[in-house]
Ligand binder design. Sequence first.
Ligand code: IMP
Ligand code: MG
Length: 185
Amino acid sequence: MIDCERYVKKVLLDEETIQRRVAELGAQISADYVDVDQLLLVCILKGGILFLSDLMRHIHVPHELDFIAVSSYGVGVRSSSHDVRIEKDLSIDISNKHLLIVEDIIDTGYTLDFVISMLRARSIQSLRLVTLLNKQARRVADIPLDYVGFHIDDHFVFGYGLDLDERCRQLPYVAVADLAALDRS
Ligand code: IMP
Ligand code: MG
């Protein structure tokens, strides 16, 4: 924790703000899916895990859970690329299910564009997306924004599931990274 705090330039969303918004999203999703059975939450690993675990405690309709892992090989570890690959596919049968993708952040949109096209090609009932963060400034692909926690400016952020070179996901808040401090370490 102490180590991670060295790289905090500014706390963008504190724990209370995040928890309040996650509860609101859960209530909205519960209301929207009240008549739906076969809801399946599809969490994109690894960044979505803290968001998922808090969000699902506010989803009061029956639902199942599954995970998908993707990687994108970009020019650097902090940038995305078009070359998205599936590292781990879903394990349960998704036919006839209503899918809700749970994602940490949408940046360029390449990752979700790939995941959404892949899932839409299967015989599902419906597909929506909930993202904790939306970084619209860098969007390239057109992504449907069904449920958004927070719209943020173009900063590299970490904490609450989002990593700083694979570390610091455990922070209960979202912070803007001090990349100069990280590069010095
Ligand atoms: P996209 O394909 O450019 O939309 O990027 C999506 C993925 O890149 C996200 O799911 C995150 O895992 C990662 N990512 C994008 N921006 C950030 C950030 O500011 N901090 C940490 N991870 C990020
Ligand atoms: Mg992600």
